[in-house]
Design a protein around this ligand. Sequence first.
Ligand code: SAH
Ligand code: MG
Length: 199
Amino acid sequence: MKQFIEEMEEYAKNKNVPIIEKDSITFIMKYIKLHNVKNILEIGSAIGYSAILMASVAEDVKVTTIERDENRYMECLKNVKKAGMDKKINVVYQDALEINLSGEIKYDLIFIDAAKGQYTKFFEKFKYFLADDGIIVTDNLKFHGYVGSKKKIESKNLASLVRKIEKYILFLKDNEEFETKFYDVGDGLSVSVRKNKAR
Ligand code: SAH
Ligand code: MG
């Protein structure tokens, strides 16, 4: 397993696939263990690196992960098979903003790690599928150090993306429904929980 994980890290590095940083996935895995998380929804599978690591925490952890890019989806499927986790990880090939979840399953953890410009949309869409005491984790809130820094950004696309992440952070800070903590691990993580759990 360890060697396989390293192979995926190597592949991601060579092919420029933005997989989660070590500190961040360690942080999430600890949470899964500590809180007995069973059902996880991941937005943005890439090659399955984070899904496989989250699923590896305990026997009864199940992950549904959504990916819209065909090549990455195929690569993810392949890796999930290799890890022997086809029973634990359900890989869905679709745009997460277009998916219709049945609503039968409520997730203990929703991991938002897809298009950075659409974080608010993902949050607003998938919060309905969160268990009452579940958490929504978002990755890359520092966006490689660009967010909140005075660094001059030349590219217009990049600048616009950074503004969107900054808006998302404000959206979380001002949210009436959810309380969010921000963590300076990896590329910046947030953990959001419902404020009013007894309803
Ligand atoms: N969670 C992975 C990394 C995901 S990278 C890991 O840490 O191992 C982000 C992925 O989200 C990319 O592969 C991209 O294709 C996918 N993505 C972006 N927007 C999406 C959307 N709207 N629906 C589904 N997947 C999306
Ligand atoms: Mg990420």
